[in-house]
Design a protein around this ligand. Sequence first.
Ligand code: BTN
Length: 265
Amino acid sequence: MNTICPETKIRDASLAVTGAETTFVDGWSIHTFEQLPSTNSVAAPFPAWSAVRARVQTAGRGRTGRAWVSNRGGLWLSAVLPCPAEESVWPFLPLAVGWGLQRCFRHLGLHGVRLRWPNDLMVGRQKLAGILVERFNPGCIVVGVGVNVFNFPEAVRTDLGGFVTRLADHLDQPDNLEILTRKILRVLRNTHDELWCRGFRPIAAELNSTWLEPQKVRLLTQPDVPPVVGQFLGIDAEGRLRVRGDDHAVTAFDANQVSLLTEIE
Ligand code: BTN
């Protein structure tokens, strides 16, 4: 049987960090560290239903290798979920997680939150949270969730000023990070169950009924290729972005074909 001993890996991880604290809640083993480079990397060898959290990340990363500011006061969490399916399911995983998080934030009272394809939670034009799904081992995926809660990312990177927001800007009393962690892990379990019982189609249909009106988007695809500009038409059943160009042709883009999406209207 191919099992991974979590204790061994915790010991490995604690070679590089100190202060790991483990709790068992709702069927999850949650390992909380004071500081880590990236929770996704540390979570990689853990078995399904483990979660790794850090109060600070020193090398947090986002989609396409971009740096993710992870200062104190934010929620930096990686959850390991079972995922026996192969690569064909990948494109829609961040969208399914985003769908779950959007509902979670709305339950918390943040009604204006929306998902921006493929992995951003936005309030208006400002980014609240991001999702990074990675696969390090067969049979599991690591779902990384970064949420600005009490932190100011723009205090670390001034160029983010005006482009980011945090839960504390919108809720009178946001949950503390421990409670929020539990709520998000519950959402991830429910999203997992929903996805594997009913598939992505119902989630895609719900997302397509909740996007805001068609917007104009600019997509960076490959280096040295001019950006694609067109009307956002929602997603297809595989989670690909559908865009109508000026020539009226509709093209579907996989998340790994688009390095940057900008909403321009
Ligand atoms: C993005 O917006 O491109 C995704 C950001 C994902 C950030 C989270 S924070 C927890 C986990 N660890 C990482 O290094 N990244 C993810």
